[in-house]
Design a protein around this ligand. Structure first.
Ligand SMILES: NC(=O)c1ccc[n+]([C@@H]2O[C@H](COP(=O)([O-])OP(=O)(O)OC[C@H]3O[C@@H](n4cnc5c(N)ncnc54)[C@H](OP(=O)(O)O)[C@@H]3O)[C@@H](O)[C@H]2O)c1
Length: 222
């Protein structure tokens, strides 16, 4: 029987790339997102080992209902994005900062519900970001959000053990190769490969794994 993986945010970007990789590796995936047409199209392309669910993951009752509707889940990956008018702390109003933090609360709720719905040998993988480790003017809200997600991972890995909890910390995927130490321009597929590695490595938990071309070292800013 194939292991089931729910990807919250699986219809685009890193989530979609992860679905593609996981199916290649023999998993069954459920991709979720808000846009039904996009989900339908992607699920059709991904084939028989993919189903889809329409959901606004920011809505807690919807999220809980999604878990209720799925049986035998082994792993969850959270790759949702939020659109928020957030930049530096001095420039960002509370409401905009709170909007950015919707990603934190969705991640929190997934971890909160995980012991009830997830196989005890399963895992939850979140997305953080290199701005947590390299504070940067104009990115204060995002850096704080990513730092909060890193702390959430470390704490939840203890609180919901033996379920494993990890995060991948990307740099600016395809955006800022000038900040990175490698010539390779990072892609969603690079993140996806690491998510698959984390899901399949049963000794990995409480880990924040950098896939950022060395961006967090901040050598470009000096
Ligand atoms: N790209 C980078 O360089 C970078 C660096 C560090 C961190 N990150 C973070 O990594 C995450 C993934 O990035 P990405 O580039 O792969 O994002 P993306 O291409 O925008 O894909 C986001 C996915 O999440 C879904 N989604 C958004 N809001 C949702 C909601 N409320 N409920 C359910 N699904 C939702 C989207 O589908 P619908 O639109 O249909 O809902 C889509 O499937 C983001 O949080 C981003 O901030 C990105």
């Amino acid at each position: 029987m194939k292991e089931k993986v729910l990807i919250i945010g699986g219809s685009a970007g890193m989530g979609l790339a992860t679905a593609q990789q996981l199916i290649k590796e023999g998993f069954h995936v459920i991709i979720s997102g808000g846009n039904e047409n996009r989900l339908k199209t992607q699920a059709k392309e991904l084939g028989n080992d993919c189903e889809f669910r329409v959901i606004d993951a920011k809505n807690t009752p919807d999220l809980r209902n999604l878990f209720f509707s799925l049986s035998g889940l082994k792993h969850i990956v959270v790759t949702i994005s939020v659109r928020a008018n957030a930049s530096g702390i001095a420039q960002t109003e509370e409401l905009d900062a709170k909007q950015a933090f919707e990603r934190f609360w969705t991640s929190y709720n997934v971890l909160h519900f995980a012991p009830e719905f997830l196989n005890r040998n399963g895992s939850v993988t979140l997305i953080s970001g290199s701005s947590a480790k390299t504070p940067l003017k104009g990115y204060g809200v995002w850096g704080t959000l990513h730092g909060s997600i890193n702390s959430l991972v470390k704490q939840a890995a203890i609180d919901i053990a033996p379920i494993r909890v990890n995060a991948i910390s990307p740099g600016g995927i395809g955006l800022r190769p000038d900040r990175q130490l490698v010539e390779h321009k990072g892609q969603a597929e690079d993140i996806a490969k690491m998510i698959v590695a984390v899901i399949t490595n049963r000794a990995t938990t409480a880990s924040i794994i950098d896939v950022d071309g060395g961006e967090r070292q901040g050598t470009w800013s000096g």
